[in-house]
Design a protein around this ligand. Structure first.
Ligand SMILES: Nc1ncnc2c1ncn2[C@@H]1O[C@H](COP(=O)(O)OP(=O)(O)OP(=O)(O)O)[C@@H](O)[C@H]1O
Length: 266
């Protein structure tokens, strides 16, 4: 990253993530183009856009695992990728990273021991594991082998791992894919609870537009660019539409018309 790695973290800052001129290249392609946005603390920011628009790449840039990123990207008062950030960010990828030959509880015990090692912390770890198992509603499956769980249950184990360290920023890549409507609703309720009671910033990606309505704020992406950054209400009002999906289509048409006008003016 181009931004400097020194300086104290501004902990009182209301933005968990702040990006300006953010660009990322994968292979020979520029997949993020000059992005500028913020992700506030204590709020759920939805990252929405069609498949391939760059959502996962943007999330990887924020958690510091994406190569060839340029511009400014501050995360919790540090440049993205700073070693201090590891314990402060929870990241759940689209491919749950759990050990199939361990039970749900053993998986969590293992990750808890990495985060909070030592005999003296045993009771704290036990409490943390019980808390996150309940958070993701897996108490009935705590003794089940992860390899025998459904896809949705495995994703929830991954989410539980991310919640272990009580992170200040939770980055969740399509966490509700493949879940039934009841579980989806429960997970969104959990996200709201985490944001409200812990002040955590959540960045949640989805390509399902109806999930947009559940977010406090939205980053609408298309083709590696941010089309709009606003609340669902403001987006609907600004575009004179009834749903975020209609607002998104309106903005796509508007951007295409602006591009066309620019071309013809040349
Ligand atoms: N290893 C790679 N090399 C080159 N291009 C890549 C690579 N991985 C991804 N891309 C391209 O980068 C772009 C953004 O991909 P990304 O996975 O960030 O999109 P996404 O919005 O998360 O998609 P989805 O919703 O399907 O997960 C895509 O056009 C993809 O083809």
């Amino acid at each position: 990253m181009m931004n400097k790695s020194s300086g104290p973290p501004p902990t009182a800052d209301t933005d968990a993530v702040r990006a300006a001129g953010l660009t990322a290249v994968r292979g020979s392609r520029t997949v993020l183009r000059d992005l500028g946005f913020v992700v506030p603390r204590g709020r759920i920011t939805g990252l929405l856009g069609p498949s391939g628009c760059g959502k996962s790449t943007l999330m990887r840039a924020i958690v510091g695992t994406q190569a060839k990123v340029s511009g400014t990207l501050d995360v919790l008062g540090r440049p993205a990728g700073h070693p201090d950030l590891r314990a402060r960010i929870g990241y759940v990828t689209q491919h749950p990273s759990v050990y199939d030959d361990l039970t749900v509880r053993q998986n969590l015990d293992y990750f808890a021991a990495i985060l909070d090692p030592g005999r003296a912390a045993a009771a704290r770890r036990r409490d943390a594991v019980s808390r996150v198992v309940a958070d993701v509603d897996l108490a009935d499956h705590a003794g089940a082998l992860a390899g025998n769980l459904s896809g949705g249950q495995r994703s929830r184990v991954s989410l539980a791992v991310a919640l272990l360290g009580t992170p200040e920023l939770l980055v969740l890549d399509e966490p509700t894919v493949g879940l039934d409507p009841v579980l989806r609703r429960d997970l969104w309720n959990l996200f709201h609870d985490i944001a409200a009671t812990r002040g955590t910033a959540l960045l949640v990606s989805s390509h399902v537009m109806d999930e947009a309505e559940r977010c406090h704020r939205l980053l609408l992406m298309r083709g590696g660019r941010i089309l709009a950054e606003d609340t669902p209400d403001a987006l609907r009002t600004r575009t004179g539409t009834a749903t975020v999906e209609a607002a998104f289509l309106h903005l796509v048409d508007e951007a295409a018309a602006a591009g066309h006008a620019k071309e013809t003016a040349r």
